[in-house]
Ligand binder design. Structure first.
Ligand SMILES: Nc1ncnc2c1ncn2[C@@H]1O[C@H](COP(=O)(O)OP(=O)(O)OP(=O)(O)O)[C@@H](O)[C@H]1O
Ligand SMILES: [Mg+2]
Length: 450
């Protein structure tokens, strides 16, 4: 009796200890207890799971068997038989699962490498990923790395996009970290790698929050910020202290866009004179201030109330397209936000969209918008965008120009926080007239110029 009480007491103490470990130090609990237990489960169930998800293959094998063959006894006509054992080679089918490599723990789950069977392609595993996730009761399983003959699957125990906290900005020029990717890494937007971005999504899906995050991150950097806000300026006017120029009417937009085209052409002339292909290969003292142009609700730029506006709309569309086409080499970058960016807005829009190689698709109400934003990518990216629920604003599918895509979420940046950043760094705002009147060099106020 006392022994039983002692055993029960020890079990209760161990359970309480594990609970406290998990509660107060989840990271070490995961690596020390939960992951090893998971790994055992994964190895034990892999064959069964692979078979259920149709990832196994039948392999033909030849096996030597010892068969008992009844033979009639030679001296007897009776029913008595003699059993003779004969060796035979038999052909049998064996179900083989893809070979599973070593499981490597990550902060939110684990990675595992699989060897493809002959004839299998990574898409087979993408199709099976949801089934595997359900079988192992994890949040998601994704194909994250493909090498010839191998795929790496990444399993996550819970959605990393529920609470998004980013690492501090590094301050690298034209690089911002507006949120987190689903793989737990920082979402990095580097305008020097992907120069222009399309930021699409339904109303209240998180487009302006992403713009806020970008403005807040760029405010301390030596860049000129320019805004187009035809919703009467309500979105961007609070950031005016850090904006070098802001257009809130169509007339202002036409003028500002013609300034931008002129600026791009001037930079192009300087590059030509110095035999440089882009501004980054110019001598350092000639490198101009990068310009980041934010357009909120791009449809407003293209909408026509009556025919009298047609000329202005055409000029706007042409100028915006020129900035997009030429700006990439001359440090003029675009972030175009909108609910729908389709050909229904006019002929120039499709060409503009093609120039915006960085894509962010927030929650959408209609499949066409997801199609317009991500249509030229993997169909799985479209499915992921269409599955974003309304209760998680800021969650989006991000795709760069290399075709890879990720689920991501911007960090929540309330307006007042971005406004504060704009005020705090107002002294870094380049003067627009000075910027366009001469091809600017890095100014004396920038820390880098010192
Ligand atoms: N990353 C995020 N994390 C948490 N909440 C967010 C995030 N992004 C947006 N939200 C919430 O969603 C609300 C709507 O976001 P936002 O204003 O960015 O949407 P929008 O797409 O710009 O909408 P609209 O088209 O109406 O301008 C915000 O007020 C904020 O409360
Ligand atoms: Mg908005």
């Amino acid at each position: 009796m006392t022994d039983l009480v002692l055993v029960l007491g020890a079990l209760a103490a161990a359970a309480a200890g594990l609970w406290a470990w998990r509660r107060y130090h989840p990271v070490s609990f995961w690596y020390g207890v939960a992951f090893p237990a998971r790994a055992v489960l994964v190895y034990l169930t892999w064959h069964h799971v692979a078979s259920g998800c149709k990832l196994t293959r039948n392999r033909r094998r030849f096996r030597l068997t010892l068969d008992a063959i009844p033979v009639m006894g030679p001296a007897s006509r009776s029913a008595a038989t003699v059993v003779e054992h004969k060796r035979r080679v038999r052909r049998i089918d064996v179900e083989r699962s893809p070979r599973l490599g070593l499981l490597r723990p990550t902060r939110l789950g684990w990675r595992m490498r699989l060897r493809l069977h002959d004839g299998q392609v990574p898409a087979d595993y993408e199709k099976a990923a949801e089934g595997i996730a359900h079988a192992w009761r994890v949040h998601a399983v994704r194909v994250v790395d493909v090498r010839p003959g191998y795929v790496t699957l990444w399993a996550t125990m819970r959605d990393p996009l529920i609470d998004v906290v980013t690492t501090p900005e590094t301050g690298d020029l034209l690089t911002v970290r507006p949120g987190k990717l689903e793989n737990g890494r920082d979402w990095v937007i580097d305008f020097r790698t992907v120069p222009h971005w399309l930021n699409a999504g339904a109303t209240q899906s998180g487009k302006s929050n992403l713009a806020n995050a970008i403005i807040k991150a760029l405010a301390p950097q030596p860049v000129a910020l320019v805004g187009f806000d035809l919703k009467g300026g309500v979105e961007f006017t609070p950031y005016a202290p850090r904006l070098s120029a802001l257009a809130t009417t169509r007339k202002e937009s036409v003028d500002l866009l013609s300034d931008l085209v002129g600026e791009v052409e001037a930079r192009m002339a300087v590059c030509r004179a110095h035999g440089a292909r882009n501004v980054w290969t110019l001598p350092e003292h000639l490198q101009p201030v990068p310009v980041v142009v934010l357009v909120d609700e791009v449809a407003e730029l293209f909408l026509m109330a009556d025919k009298s506006e047609k000329d202005e709309v055409t000029r706007t569309a042409t100028a915006l397209l020129r900035v997009a086409q030429l700006g990439r080499a001359f440090a003029v970058h675009l972030i175009v936000c909108g609910q729908r960016i389709g050909s229904d807005l006019g002929p120039g829009v499709t060409a503009l969209r093609a120039q915006l190689s960085g894509r962010v698709c927030h929650r959408v109400n209609d499949p066409e918008t997801a199609n317009m934003t991500l249509g030229d990518l993997d169909p799985a990216a479209l499915d992921a965008a269409r599955a974003i629920p309304a209760e998680t604003p800021g969650v989006c599918v991000v795709a760069g120009q290399d075709g890879s895509w990720h689920r991501a979420r911007s960090v929540y940046v309330p307006e007042h926080s971005a406004e504060q950043a704009a005020r705090d760094h107002a002294h870094l705002t380049p003067d627009w007239d000075a910027l366009i009147s001469s091809v600017p060099t890095v100014g004396p106020d920038w820390p880098e110029a010192a």
